[in-house]
Design a protein around this ligand. Structure first.
Ligand code: NAD
Length: 335
């Protein structure tokens, strides 16, 4: 059986999910939606994706622009088993009644509130919680990055307490309407940031986070202090992280001196310089007074894509966590 997948909102996340689904033997892309007939809509058609209007009364706008659509989101919903809602944050919750009415399962993204869905999802920590579910949220880029690393450490050594600081890219590279040109913005100013509680929707861990936005578009950076339950050495931690394919260890000695260099490496590696892995500086892993210190970079535009593939297999009970991760990793070239 091939699961029929639709993408509602062919933007940064939506286009990557469509491409990743196309690489899976047990899934197929039935169609994608756009709100307007811009270059991204034209690219979708060029790539062979069937195009639908995300806003039903805009069909004419597409026709006038010479880019006919196959129908509206409601027509697409009649043809799919699951819809990946990749609309801007909070819009997914507004779209949900449409999916319920069409009796179609839906995957939401990190911009939606946890309360919108039955369960929040991050493959490593709670794959089984999404099995058979109808409405699931893949947690955000920062939360996915934190959860993968913390799950791996927790499994091997236990965790008493985590403190983490998020240095966040202010916007994605394509953004031309807003940004932060010359400043560092505590975001939020008050402590803690929402990231800790968001991690707790998928992983049982004692965590407090703070967050700052900086004028860069490439990646987020996380600085973590973790108090493990067991006595560990820096080499134990390196070994633990090194065995997880969704975590990539890099070294400043090898030229990875900043997120700019990490992205330069990724430009040679993957389409759109997508990095599905947490990028952890192995030189940053150290111990002080029983605490683990570690720094990682997260490519916000692509980190959640493997999880969006795994969640389909969980919701349709197609594979175990290990089987799904193996297929997703192989098809996306991870590890
Ligand atoms: P985006 O702005 O790049 O894309 C959103 C797309 O949805 C656009 O094509 C837009 O035209 C379309 N859209 C607008 N209104 C719509 C509607 N009513 N119905 C359907 N589609 C509509 O946004 P994005 O960065 O891809 O973010 C999508 C979701 O993924 C958000 O929840 C976001 O928080 C989450 N997310 C984003 C990132 C990131 O860094 N970009 C990372 C992880 C998760």
């Amino acid at each position: 059986m091939k699961v029929k997948v639709g993408v509602n909102g062919y933007g940064t996340i939506g286009k990557r999910i469509a491409d990743a689904v196309s690489l899976q033997e047990d899934m197929e892309i039935v169609g994608v939606t756009k709100t307007k007939p811009d270059f991204e809509a034209k690219n979708a058609v060029k790539k062979g994706y069937k195009l639908y209007a995300a806003i039903p009364d805009r069909v004419e706008v597409f026709e006038k622009a010479g880019l006919p659509v196959e129908g509206t989101i409601d027509d697409l919903l009649e043809k799919v088993d699951v819809i990946a809602d990749c609309s801007p944050g909070k819009i997914g919750a507004e779209n949900k009644p449409r999916y319920e009415k069409a009796n179609v399962k839906a995957i939401f993204q990190g911009g939606e509130k946890a309360g919108t869905v039955e369960v929040s999802f991050s493959t490593l920590s709670n794959y089984d919680a999404a099995r058979g579910k109808n409405y699931v949220r893949v947690v955000s880029c920062n939360t996915t990055g934190l959860t993968r690393l913390l799950y791996t450490i927790k499994e091997d050594f236990g965790i008493k307490k985590v403190r983490a600081t998020m240095i966040r890219r202010v916007v994605d590279p394509k953004e031309d309407k807003k940004g932060l040109v010359n400043g560092i913005m505590p975001h939020p100013v008050s402590v803690p940031s929402h990231h800790g509680p968001d991690v707790q929707t998928v992983l049982d861990v004692n965590i407090t986070t703070t967050a700052f936005k900086v004028p860069t578009t490439l990646m987020h950076l996380h600085a973590l202090n973790i108090v493990p339950e067991k006595n560990v050495t820096a080499d134990d931690v390196k070994g633990s992280l090194d065995k997880e394919p969704r975590i990539m260890l890099v070294s400043a000695d090898d030229g990875f001196t900043s997120t700019a260099k990490v992205i330069e490496y990724a430009r040679e590696l993957r389409l759109r310089y997508d990095l599905y892995e947490n990028v952890v500086w192995e030189d940053s892993i150290g111990m002080d007074d029983g605490e683990i210190y570690v720094t990682q970079a997260i490519h916000q535009e692509s980190i959640v894509i493997p999880e969006n593939i795994d969640v389909v297999r969980a919701m349709f009970d197609l594979a175990s966590k290990e089987e799904s991760m193996k297929i997703t990793n192989r098809t996306l070239g991870i590890g």
